[in-house]
Design a protein around this ligand. Structure first.
Ligand code: AHR
Length: 504
């Protein structure tokens, strides 16, 4: 049996985890909103038309923040279309996804939904087809107490109290030629700076997120960040980055190593932020908002067919990836990567939340169920709070097409205020279990409270409405503690959550 080692120590702290790294994303895209969170007439819809079964699944994830309303959608969106009596709202062509947007769910409804789901809204403004003027107006509408045209309109529309939206995205993926209103880095940097400046004059308590690269493989990655930050550094608080991975060649070891790219991506963007800060002699440090990340490739071909058949239809079933077991393992490693980088990554959003490349699926008029990737997100969000610890680990390694020296064991660890310790570990080995020996002497007398294990013999296994628990967590072996040393087995291809608590 292969062996891996881990040393954890209270003094090897990465820092306090910002709970917003367990955020998610709802875009007006496909069936995320219509048929996802909102389906009036569904037997489980509440008085506003929100599906209660979906809210229950979201609540179990304890999602602290949800990015909204896009995504590519936002770059052609008029936020004013989404307020006032629903029957008066216009239907618009959405050029991002070639669908028709009915605007039946808008700003007020989404704020209400997110409160029901126990979450906060992270709102994106349109810096594609629009600019600083519309951006400052929506901040005034949402956050100003009253006595101005926009804030009084919010009150007239039924919300006496301001929404108090704290986090604002300055557009979406403006480096991408597919984006409506695509800009050069300099053009974007100027617009983002002016928009953020005006938005913060309206409400100085908000935080703003500038668009970094849409992916680490964009040709402009690096120069984009440097050039745009040179223009807007002092008025922004976070740099947004996005990354999706796929396994189209069916190379599981190579696919499971992709989190190493995510790690490098984070380190490079942090370095560029600090380089621009250094050049400007700024005392301010920018952090990252990894506000789109996931596996995305299963639905690509299907989407082309949908557009051939039904372009411009409302709520087309787009980006409906059905996730398998190996996807859940990569999502687990991506969560480990976020935890290990939580000193600089303060916000992250699994993209997306319902139906569209999502952990939660629904059928119109039918059930709602958890996809495979739901589980690692839930475990990290619920048990991965507190202080992130720097794991000092040793693991056997393997080579694959894009990486050498990929550790079979990928791990992260968190320490809660009550002294409980959680170890998250993926075993990437397709053949063999790993015997993990963890030195935990610094924590005194601990006992294993629980070992949660996600494993399936078939890496392509999925969950469906009929078989929602095909890939679901079970109790794993709790190993043995001996003088501050834990010895425990990580089965071949597995996601493990080892929860330890002080032994009383
Ligand atoms: O999440 C799906 C899409 O991916 C988003 O709209 C866009 O920002 C990204 O390209």
């Amino acid at each position: 049996m292969k062996k891996a080692k881990l040393i954890l120590d209270k003094d090897f702290a990465i820092g306090q985890i910002d709970k917003r790294i367990y955020g998610s994303f709802i875009e007006h895209l496909g069936r995320a909103v219509y048929g996802g969170i909102y389906e009036p007439g569904h037997p489980l819809a509440d008085e506003q038309g929100f599906r209660k079964d979906v809210i229950d699944l979201v609540k179990r994830l304890q999602i602290p923040v949800v990015r909204y309303p896009g995504g590519n959608f936002v770059s052609g969106f008029n936020w004013e279309d989404s307020i006032g009596p629903a029957e008066n709202r216009p239907k618009r062509l959405d050029l991002a996804w070639f669908t028709t947007e009915t605007n039946q769910v808008g700003l007020h409804e989404f704020v209400d939904w997110s409160r029901k789901a126990g979450s906060e809204v992270m709102y994106a403004v349109n810096l594609g087809t629009r600019g600083p003027d519309e951006a400052r107006n929506v901040v005034e509408y949402a956050n100003h107490p009253g006595g101005s045209a926009w804030s009084d309109l919010r009150i007239k529309n039924g919300a006496k109290e301001p929404f108090g939206i704290k986090l604002w995205c300055l557009g979406n993926e403006m480096d991408g030629p597919w984006q409506m209103g695509h800009k050069t880095a300099y053009e974007y940097g100027r617009v983002a700076n002016e928009a953020a400046k005006l938005m913060k004059w309206v409400d100085p308590t908000i935080e703003t997120v500038a668009c970094g690269s849409a992916s680490s493989n964009m040709p402009t990655f690096g120069t984009w960040e440097y050039t745009m930050l040179d223009e807007c550094y002092e008025n922004v608080d976070y740099v947004s980055i996005h990354r999706y991975y796929g396994n189209p060649t069916n190379d599981t070891p190579g696919f499971l190593a992709r989190s190493m790219d995510m790690d490098e991506f984070i380190h490079t963007v942090v370095s560029i932020c600090d380089a621009v800060g250094g050049k400007k002699h700024s005392k301010k440090k920018l952090n990252l908002s990894f506000d789109e990340w996931n596996v995305w490739y299963h639905s690509n071909e299907q989407d082309k067919e949908i557009w051939k058949r039904e372009k411009w239809g409302p709520a087309l079933p787009l980006l409906e990836d059905v996730y398998n077991f190996e996807d859940a393992l990569l999502v687990g490693s991506m969560l480990n990567t976020l935890i290990r980088n939580s000193d600089r990554v303060k916000i992250a959003c699994l993209a997306q939340l319902v139906n569209v490349i999502a952990p939660i699926m629904t059928r119109n008029g039918g059930g709602a169920w958890a996809q495979t990737i739901y589980w690692p997100l839930m475990h990290a969000s619920v048990y991965g709070r507190g202080t992130a610890l720097r794991p000092v680990s040793e693991s056997p390694v393997y080579d694959c097409a894009d990486y050498e020296g990929v550790p079979y064991m990928d791990t992260s660890a968190t320490l809660s205020e009550d002294g409980s310790l959680t170890i998250f570990a993926v075993n990437r080995d397709p053949e063999e279990e790993l015997e993990l020996s963890a030195d935990l002497r610094d924590f005194g007398d601990l006992r294993v409270k629980e070992h949660i294990l996600l494993h399936h013999d078939d890496v392509k296994a999925v969950n469906t409405e009929e078989h929602p628990d095909n890939v679901a967590p079970v109790a794993g072996d709790t190993g043995r503690m001996d003088g501050g040393k834990l010895t425990i087995t990580l089965p071949a291809l597995s996601w493990n959550v080892i929860r330890l608590e002080p032994a009383q």
